[in-house]
Design a protein around this ligand. Structure first.
Ligand SMILES: C[S@@+](CC[C@H](N)C(=O)[O-])C[C@H]1O[C@@H](n2cnc3c(N)ncnc32)[C@H](O)[C@@H]1O
Length: 218
């Protein structure tokens, strides 16, 4: 292993130090035949720290997969905190439930199975932190829902905004189109202050955006 991936390995081993519940969650996700598209441990721990810095008690995640990022988010809230997470695939939700329970975080987490756009209207805000990491074509819709379910001071994280540089393609696929539209919304929405950060590592060249809600909905 060389380059970005080797540096990430070093940072994970030296700084992040994921425990057996977290490494086991990644292994169980792979063993279930699910894609290895979870966040890296460095990003997962960043989400946990962001939740703690924010003093988050209620978190909404869109895109659960096997619950790797969900475990980190759940570890960011106090023991009576709550994480709602939306997942389309029943099979993914079942693996996530097992991983969350094994990590001792299951009591904080509700997994909503189905299309997130059907679940979101049934939820009641405000949430303190949002992590958007599902079908990228719907990113603008998810961002809109996050704003509706927010309060001034809520933080929104949107994953995979660089996509190996394909975000520059003006005629890109649905994921690129959805990501570009969401980024434009982040840059122009009167209720948001936002930035976007490029990342490299085991998941190659990508990035995430972070926004804070600065005003209440009109
Ligand atoms: C990138 S993975 C999530 C990874 C997870 N956040 C992590 O880092 O561990 C995206 C997930 O979103 C789910 N998904 C895709 N379309 C969805 C939809 N319309 N509603 C809810 N979940 C969806 C996929 O089934 C997949 O499990």
């Amino acid at each position: 292993m060389t380059g970005w991936a080797a540096v990430e390995r070093y940072l994970v081993d030296t700084v992040v130090q994921p425990d057996e519940a977290l490494t086991g969650a990644v292994d169980a996700t792979a063993a279930a035949g699910m894609p290895a598209i979870e966040v890296t441990p460095t990003q997962g721990k960043f989400l946990m720290l962001l939740a703690r810095i924010q003093g988050a008690r209620r978190i909404l995640e869109i895109g659960t997969l096997g619950g790797f990022s969900t475990i980190w988010l759940a570890r960011g809230v106090p023991d009576d905190g709550l994480v709602d997470t939306c997942e389309y695939e029943q099979a993914h939700a079942e693996v996530a439930r097992q991983n969350l329970d094994q990590a001792g975080e299951g009591h904080k987490v509700t997994i909503h199975v189905g299309a997130a756009l059907d679940t979101l209207p049934t939820l009641t805000g405000p949430y303190d932190l949002f992590f958007i990491d599902a079908d990228k074509a719907n990113n603008p819709r998810y961002l809109d829902w996050a704003i509706r379910l927010s309060r001034p001071g809520s933080v929104i994280v949107l994953d995979n905004v660089v996509r190996g540089g394909t975000v520059l393609e003006t005629n890109g696929d649905d994921a690129v189109r959805g990501t570009r539209e969401a980024l434009e919304l982040l840059g122009s929405h009167p209720q948001l202050e936002a930035t976007a950060i490029q990342t490299v590592g085991s998941k190659d060249w990508d990035g995430f955006a972070v926004a804070v809600v600065v005003a209440a909905a009109a």
